[in-house]
Ligand binder design. Structure first.
Ligand SMILES: *[C@@H]1O[C@H](CO)[C@@H](O)[C@H](O)[C@H]1NC(C)=O
Ligand SMILES: *[C@@H]1O[C@H](CO)[C@@H](O)[C@H](O)[C@H]1NC(C)=O
Ligand SMILES: *[C@@H]1O[C@H](CO)[C@@H](O)[C@H](O)[C@H]1NC(C)=O
Ligand SMILES: *[C@@H]1O[C@H](CO)[C@@H](O)[C@H](O)[C@H]1NC(C)=O
Ligand SMILES: *[C@@H]1O[C@H](CO)[C@@H](O)[C@H](O)[C@H]1NC(C)=O
Ligand SMILES: [Zn+2]
Length: 908
């Protein structure tokens, strides 16, 4: 709340009635007016050609005056204001002298002939006009094919700062208000908004106005509406909430899975939070294109088709998993974010970290056999991804001051989502289940309809702990070390004598030089461990040994150490840190894995691989230890450690791609994967099927004959089947099939597959095909493919990013993509620059493999020519740092790795 007072004292304009705009310089609104209610009417003009799509808007905002002022500041962007009127509610008109649009701060500044009086309410009425583009922001259109006809769905995306692109408004999350929305449409379309339709009124020209019920008090970024030729399925939850799943009319059958998951997770969260969902309905709609994967608008969640539609027999198991967690994520936001909202975007993580943690918990609860809590470790929105993102100097703390829209957009990243989730999961552990859940309920109940900061959450947790009669715990002190500081610790465990260990912490950084020279940082760490003598990976809050945020080690005396051959720190990787041991201990752990890996928890098997490889990169353990953690994998059958292992092997593949050792790696991979490949091709569980796609992908690309043979056979049958209906390819083997087929054939095959891509109306199928197309070995075909990614009539905008990243993984495409991106930077930046993590993903994906000086120089050269990289800045800096690391890594470890590979292959 501090900043409110600051503004008040500096900008109190009692002294004079200045019309000088420069007097107010902050990008934040001055809060001289507080919005209470919006009446919004939108009339889209969408019946001609798409180049002319636009809308007329009328908004009437009821505001409460807090300070005497003759200037009004509110947000507006890309709108044309036609008429502005201010009244005092009794039809007395306050004269408007002029208004002005300030593009930089996205302010509409209204100058009046007299001041508004504190304590009074006023109405700001604005008639305006806006464009409807395919820009996936504000009110936008996205297109799909219905047979040969191009059709459109119109929907909105306000978060974080585009409500102002749809209506002039007070576009900050804490400025909550109620909304009456009216959408004027043609009778052949259906419209939706946050609330149910109250009534539909006939208007001129065969138009109908849908008048929606008043929303609860909510933030502008949660406002939503949609219209199109759409249809739905519906069901009711056990607690009788109506859930409808919408899509273009010809895909509505594909929303069944979303409907089922939506109902189940809604009920789960009502129970988990112990607070009923407060709106009368929840609509979920799949739109052809979406700038995020989904958006949690209260009562009207929007999804990309890829994220919500599920087609039995077509969608892969990986996509099904993705749809499930996405739905759980958005439903949990209905409480975390919608009911209680972060006061400002600096606490974005409170929304996203929570929803990310809750999406794993929610799906785990409704589909226990998927074992989502284990998957949290290796999921690309989970713990190990966060650790990888957070291991350099260029990362940022979870809680981060941000002001303007570019800064706000930039923090929709793995730190807010995955690290946020990981530190909440750790808090859940050290508080215990009851305290955590009741603490959340207290927080949500006391802050309902309000805006809060993370401190309110910490206090609610601490209070709950006291209420339950536990020892006093300073939750804020602990959690501040995790959210206010960037990076994370490595905890080193050393055996001091037979029954005592020394445990100490240090700041971990992947870059060895940085790690040795950086300022020390310390954390409050809830450390736990288990031993071979008494292995127990189900540790609870009572087994915690606190390492405090100081530089002092702790000593733990434990008799079970006497007879133990190994110990493993951080059971189930519940803490957000890495663990290191003396080399002897590492070797004992590796021995255990080789003897009987099942003694060690499946999550810790993934942890051991992931920690060892990262510690080796940073020079904290030898490369032999890192390599040793992979040797037991021939016997591993579980998904979670395999993902961790394949990730290191994938990175190894990128590192060695252009070196002589690559051949040895290929042979090693073939030997490693032969058995597990055979096994997963016949598996039937969810984990088996996910493994099938990952293992087969690695097996075929390493040249395993049994994999390639099967893939080629299927590809040929699929290619010959021009009706596309009869030949079914195993969904979870599809990536390998398309890739093998494309890589071994020429342009004629490529063109046929591309034709199928263009015809496909399944988002997940299109992605599989794009992936396949990227596997060609012909540089000129890649070059032609690259050109197509610039044309949105050829390759859908959001899919073009995936295509570029796929191509960059192909050794032939590796440099071509970067050159292409650099040459066409303006195009891609104009298209994606303002959109959340598109540019960061692109830059990271395209440069991931780079590990030569030539590649580094290319990147640096590019940086010198582009002063402002906007939302890609952080990603660019990270990429430059990563390439230098990659170069050093290869220099340091090439010989060791090559020797090890040869030994494994029996060539030494
Ligand atoms: C908003 O809509 C409600 C009906 O849902 C109506 O009672 C109310 O008067 C409307 N508010 C305004 C300011 O028009
Ligand atoms: C609707 O929901 C109920 C549980 O609330 C469930 O038993 C039923 O199978 C669902 N029906 C459909 C068609 O999904
Ligand atoms: C927690 O307790 C403190 C001090 O007793 C009180 O000020 C605060 O309002 C409480 N917060 C919650 C969320 O219960
Ligand atoms: C260690 O093992 C020996 C032999 O099995 C046993 O006698 C002894 O009690 C064990 N010590 C501890 C501390 O468990
Ligand atoms: C983009 O693709 C469309 C459809 O294939 C084509 O008509 C158009 O000429 C292409 N535009 C450019 C700039 O190549
Ligand atoms: Zn979210």
């Amino acid at each position: 709340m501090l900043w409110i007072f600051i503004f008040y004292f500096i900008y109190n304009t009692e002294v004079g009635m200045s019309t000088d705009n420069s007097i107010y310089e902050s990008v934040r609104l001055p809060l001289s007016l507080i919005p209470l209610h919006y009446n919004l009417e939108i009339t889209p003009h969408i019946y001609g050609s798409k180049e002319d799509f636009s809308f007329d808007g009328f908004v009437r905002i009821k505001v409460l005056c807090k300070e005497k002022r003759d200037i009004i500041w509110l947000h507006s962007k890309s709108l044309k204001h036609k008429e502005i009127r201010i009244t005092d509610g009794e039809d007395r008109i306050i004269p408007v002298i002029s208004w002005d649009l300030e593009a930089k701060r996205e302010f509409l500044i209204i100058m009046m002939g007299e001041s508004l009086s504190p304590g009074e309410t006023y109405y700001i009425e604005i008639k305006y006009h806006g464009l409807i583009l395919n820009d996936l922001k504000g009110f936008f259109y996205s297109s799909y094919k219905d047979g040969a006809v191009e059709k459109y769905i119109f929907s909105t995306q306000m978060q974080p700062t585009d409500a102002r692109k749809v209506l002039p408004c007070f576009d900050e999350p804490a400025l909550k208000a109620t909304f009456n929305v009216t959408i004027v449409r043609r009778t052949d379309l259906t419209s939706l908004s946050n609330m149910p339709i109250l009534r539909s009124e006939e208007r001129d020209h065969e138009l109908v106005a849908d008048v929606f019920e008043t929303t609860p008090i909510m933030s502008t970024y949660l406002l939503a509406f949609a219209l199109g030729d759409i249809d739905y399925l519906q069901n009711f939850t056990e607690t009788n909430i109506q859930i409808r799943t919408w899509s273009r009319s010809n895909a509505v059958e594909q929303t069944k899975f979303a409907l089922e998951l939506g109902c189940k997770t809604m009920t789960f969260f009502e129970d988990y939070f112990q607070i009923k969902y407060i709106l009368p309905k929840e609509d979920m709609i799949a739109v052809p294109e979406h700038i995020f994967n989904a958006m949690e608008n209260w009562g009207l969640i929007t999804y990309s088709e890829n994220g919500m539609l599920y087609q039995e027999g077509v969608t892969s198991e990986v996509s099904k998993n993705f749809a499930a967690i996405l739905i759980a994520h958005e439903i949990s936001h209905q409480w975390f974010g919608n009911l209680v909202t972060p006061e400002w975007w600096d606490d974005l993580w409170l929304n996203e970290g929570f929803a990310t943690y809750m999406m794993f918990l929610g799906v785990d609860a409704v589909i226990p056999e998927w074992k989502m809590m284990d998957m949290f470790i290796i999921h690309n929105r989970g713990l190990q991804s966060a650790l990888a993102f957070d291991d350099s100097l260029t990362t940022h703390p979870v809680y981060v001051p941000v002001n303007d829209p570019a800064e706000i957009n930039e923090i929709f990243d793995l730190i807010s989502y995955a690290k946020g989730a990981a530190v909440l999961r750790m808090m859940n552990f050290f508080l215990g289940e009851t305290t955590f859940r009741n603490g959340i309920t207290n927080y949500l109940t006391s802050q309902s309809y309000k805006a809060a900061t993370h401190n309110e959450l910490w206090y609610a947790m601490a209070n709950q702990s006291l209420v339950e009669g536990k020892a006093e715990i300073d939750v804020k002190k602990i959690m501040d070390t995790w959210i206010l500081q960037k990076n994370y610790p490595v905890v080193t465990v050393t055996l001091v004598n037979g029954n005592t260990i020394k445990v100490e912490q240090a700041r971990f950084l992947i870059n060895e030089e940085h790690r040795k020279n950086a300022e020390p940082i310390y954390w409050e760490i809830p450390f736990a461990y288990t031993t071979s003598d008494n292995p127990n990976f189900e540790k609870t809050d009572v087994d915690i040994h606190w390492l405090h945020a100081d530089r002092y080690p702790i000593y733990i005396k434990d008799d079970s150490l006497t007879n133990s051959t190994w110990l493993v720190g951080n059971p189930q990787q519940i803490g957000y840190y890495r663990v290191n041991y003396e080399e002897k201990m590492w070797i004992s752990i590796i021995d255990q894995l080789k003897r009987n890996h099942k003694v060690i928890h499946v999550v810790n098997r993934a942890q051991i691989i992931n920690d060892a490889w990262n510690l080796a990169s940073s020079g904290l353990v030898s490369m032999d230890v890192a390599l040793g953690t992979l040797e037991y994998l021939t016997k591993e059958t579980d998904l979670v450690p395999w993902v961790a292992g394949l990730q290191e092997l994938h990175k190894l593949g990128l590192a060695l791609q252009l070196t002589p050792a690559f051949g040895h790696l290929q042979i090693f991979m073939q030997n490693l994967l032969a058995n597990v490949f055979k096994k997963v091709m016949t598996g039937s569980t969810h984990h088996d099927k996910i493994m099938k796609s990952m293992i087969s992908n690695a097996a075929c690309s390493s040249g395993l004959q049994s994999c390639l043979h099967l893939a080629r056979q299927m590809f040929d049958r699929w290619l010959d089947d021009s009706s596309l209906l009869r030949v079914e390819i195993d969904n979870d083997f599809k990536l390998s099939v398309y890739c093998a087929g494309i890589s071994e054939n020429g342009v004629r095959t490529w063109d046929i597959v591309y034709g199928r891509y263009k015809k496909s109306d399944s988002a997940s199928e299109r992605r599989s095909l794009l992936h396949g197309l990227s596997c060609t070995r012909e540089p000129w075909i890649i070059s032609r493919f690259l050109q197509l990614t610039k044309n949105s009539s050829e390759i859908q905008q959001t899919e073009s990013i995936d295509a570029l990243i796929y191509i960059a993984q192909n050794p032939v495409g590796r440099l071509m993509v970067w050159d292409f991106l650099a040459e066409n930077w303006k195009h891609f930046f104009d298209t994606f620059g303002a959109g959340l993590n598109h540019m960061p993903n692109l830059v990271k994906g395209v440069t991931e493999a780079f590990n030569t000086y030539g590649e580094l120089i290319k990147l640096q050269h590019f940086g010198e020519r582009h002063a402002d990289l906007g939302t890609a800045t952080r990603a660019y800096n990270n990429a430059a740092a990563t390439i230098q690391l990659n170069i050093r890594w290869l220099k340091k470890y090439y010989v060791i790795v090559e020797g090890w590979l040869m030994k494994q292959n029996g060539a030494l």
